[in-house]
Design a protein around this ligand. Structure first.
Ligand code: SF4
Ligand code: SF4
Length: 465
């Protein structure tokens, strides 16, 4: 007879117990600040003048613009987004190499919203033991009431989360008015519902499973760890041999861990840190608070579980020294380089930009009088919030004439581009046949109100061979 081996086990529900202490307070503070930033940011206003959006942080998909206070990013300046992504990634590596997974424990949206949902669960259903009892009890009015209320509050939080997200992509007051009158575009409604559902599922049900099974960061963060990285450590030397302890008993010949399991039952990931550092540990520090509270009660020094490095200095001066090492220098160098480049780009950002595209087919035309004509597409980006007139000059081509398609009213001294818009112009350059097959030429535009210029190189083709 063969015995059936079960390859999968049911996911155990985790009922983290309430804990109070330094790191719990820090987590509350981080949660309040981050949620406030998330929910309130779309309501900040920033005056950009008439006709421009006055929302401080806005990703305007319809008009392909991103606004962040005084900074405006056009699609042609997508390198700023690349820079921000590089800074975010390297910043995360830097923080991880110094302080381990504090991003996961304090600032990751999954942690913040899960914390909020667990808090709601605790307020409505009670702490760990009461919740466990309630889950085991048969369905009755009391249980249905508690569970329904919890889920209603979760859905409301999910709705606020999805609702706040769409405000980043639309004018918030206008959109709120549309939402109140059930008059939102289908796409916006879809985003709100999608994000409500994902928040409800991720923070209400998936919780620690997102960190363990879905988040790639948990898998590769160990590559950023070294012996000086801050991790949550259980002091085995001091704690073992563990065992229950009665008041008045001697501590001789035994460890300081009284095997009370407080560190395990407060853990939102459901792990026992005494078994060593595990991939699931998000470094939230709640087990540190729990153990410190126990140590206070039994009159032993705190820090049996603590933030420490593998070099286990437990010495703040030594730890501060270890912050400076090749890896951290490397990260600081990249962060400084990328942020300096971005800052330089922003400080020297021009209010106009010229792009020139030479015709590919035909590359040139021979006119009946023997002269050569080349065609170009000129694109002028007017990044100001006013309508502008531009003058166009051609350099490095003798006796050339410029013709701009579009009627009498358009000339090289009279290129008109609307505020915050892109102007497209069709240009023909006519000149005598040049000795060079491809004569290098230069287009220059000048914004008439400010005299700001931009130039672009191009070619004048006289001969294909
Ligand atoms: S082991 Fe401690 S630090 Fe790690 S997740 Fe659990 S409670 Fe947080
Ligand atoms: S809380 Fe401290 S004393 Fe209690 S089991 Fe954990 S490590 Fe041991």
């Amino acid at each position: 007879m063969t015995e059936e081996i079960k390859l999968f086990s049911k996911q155990k529900t985790i009922y983290p117990r309430r804990v109070w202490g330094k790191y719990r307070k820090l987590k509350w503070l981080a949660m309040i600040v981050l949620l406030a930033i998330y929910y309130l940011s779309p309501w900040l206003r920033w005056d950009r003048g008439e006709g421009a959006p006055n929302q401080a942080i806005l990703i305007d998909i319809v008009h392909t613009r991103a606004y962040f206070f005084g900074i405006e990013i056009w699609p042609q300046e997508v390198y700023y987004i690349t820079g921000i992504l590089i800074l975010a990634a390297i910043g995360l590596f830097f923080v991880t190499s110094l302080f381990g997974r504090i991003w996961c424990g304090y600032a990751c949206p999954q942690t913040v919203w899960t914390d909020l949902f667990v808090w709601v669960e605790r307020i409505v259903q009670g702490d760990r033991n009461t919740r466990m009892k309630l889950d085991k009890s048969p369905w009755n009015f009391h249980k249905i009431y508690k569970k329904t209320l919890t889920h209603i509050i979760w859905v409301i939080i999910g709705l606020c989360t999805g609702g706040a997200w769409v405000f980043y992509f639309n004018d918030a007051p206008t959109l709120l008015d549309q939402i109140i009158h059930f008059d939102v575009p289908l796409s916006v409604g879809g985003w709100i519902l999608g994000l409500t559902f994902s928040t409800y599922m991720m923070a209400g049900f998936a919780r620690e499973q997102v960190c363990t099974y879905m988040c790639p960061y948990a898998r590769f963060q160990s590559a950023m760890f070294d012996k000086d990285t801050l991790i949550i450590s259980y002091d085995k030397k001091r704690g073992e041999t563990r065992g229950h302890h009665k008041a008045g008993d001697s501590w001789e010949g035994r460890g300081h861990c009284i095997d009370c399991s407080s560190c395990v039952i407060v853990c939102p990931m459901g792990i026992d840190i005494r078994e060593g550092l595990q991939m699931e540990c998000i470094a939230c520090g709640l087990c540190v608070d729990a153990c410190n509270n126990v140590m206070d009660k039994i009159g032993l020094p705190r820090g049996l579980i603590r933030y420490d490095t593998e070099n286990s200095t437990n010495d703040s001066k030594q730890y501060l020294k270890s912050l400076i090492r090749p890896r951290t220098f490397f990260y600081i160098a990249i962060i400084t380089l990328v942020s300096s480049l971005m800052l330089y780009g922003l400080l020297n950002r021009q209010p106009l930009e010229l792009t020139v595209q030479h015709d590919r087919n035909p590359v040139y035309v021979t006119l009946s009088n023997g002269q050569i004509r080349n065609g170009y597409n000129l694109i002028i980006l007017n990044k100001t919030h006013d309508n502008q007139l531009y003058s166009l000059k051609l350099k490095n081509l003798d006796n050339a004439s410029l013709h701009i398609q579009g009627g009498q009213e358009i000339s090289a001294d009279n290129l008109y581009v609307l505020a915050d818009s892109v102007g497209h112009f069709r240009i023909f350059v006519t000149a005598d046949k040049q000795p060079e097959k491809r004569q290098k030429i230069e287009f220059e535009i000048t914004m008439q109100t400010t005299n700001v210029k931009d130039t672009k190189d191009s070619i004048f083709v006289s001969n294909e061979k």
